[in-house]
Design a protein. Sequence first.
Length: 181
Amino acid sequence: MISSFKTEAHANILLAKEKLSNLSDTQLRWKPAPERWSISQCVEHINISNRFWIPELMKIITRGKKSDNYGEYERTGFGGFIIRNLLAPKVRKVRTVKKLSPPDQLDSKKVMEEYLILQKQWEELMEKIYGYDIVGNRVPSPIFSLITYRLGNAIELNNVHTRRHLNQAINVMKEPDFPAM
């Protein structure tokens, strides 16, 4: 299961490089409407999430329960519910909580650079987390610390969440008024 998590993390890096790396600052900062996010804001939202998740996984590596992880991985509890909703064919819009919302003014180049750095760290963590119990270890929610996710659910949730917001960024480019190169 861990290898598929790493594969998903790597695919997210490749998708961003392929679709977003050649865009101008104007294109990265352009918003389809005042209430909608720019490409940079979509990516910064991913960065904000990764700034939370990476240290949490490092804590597991430092003091987590070890396991051979044999058996079936299941999407369970609240984490499983969120993952299933993110993977649904028709994803409904969800309002982002303030602490995970990106600011309006961003340095697009820095946002993109940080995305690649954080995603690479995330991908590398998939190697290090191998051997830690993906069911027994729990990770707090970035929104409400009293809610915890099983480690496997937290990893999958972050990968799926990242893909969702990369797709959101890519969809910005499909808007009729998106600036040309």
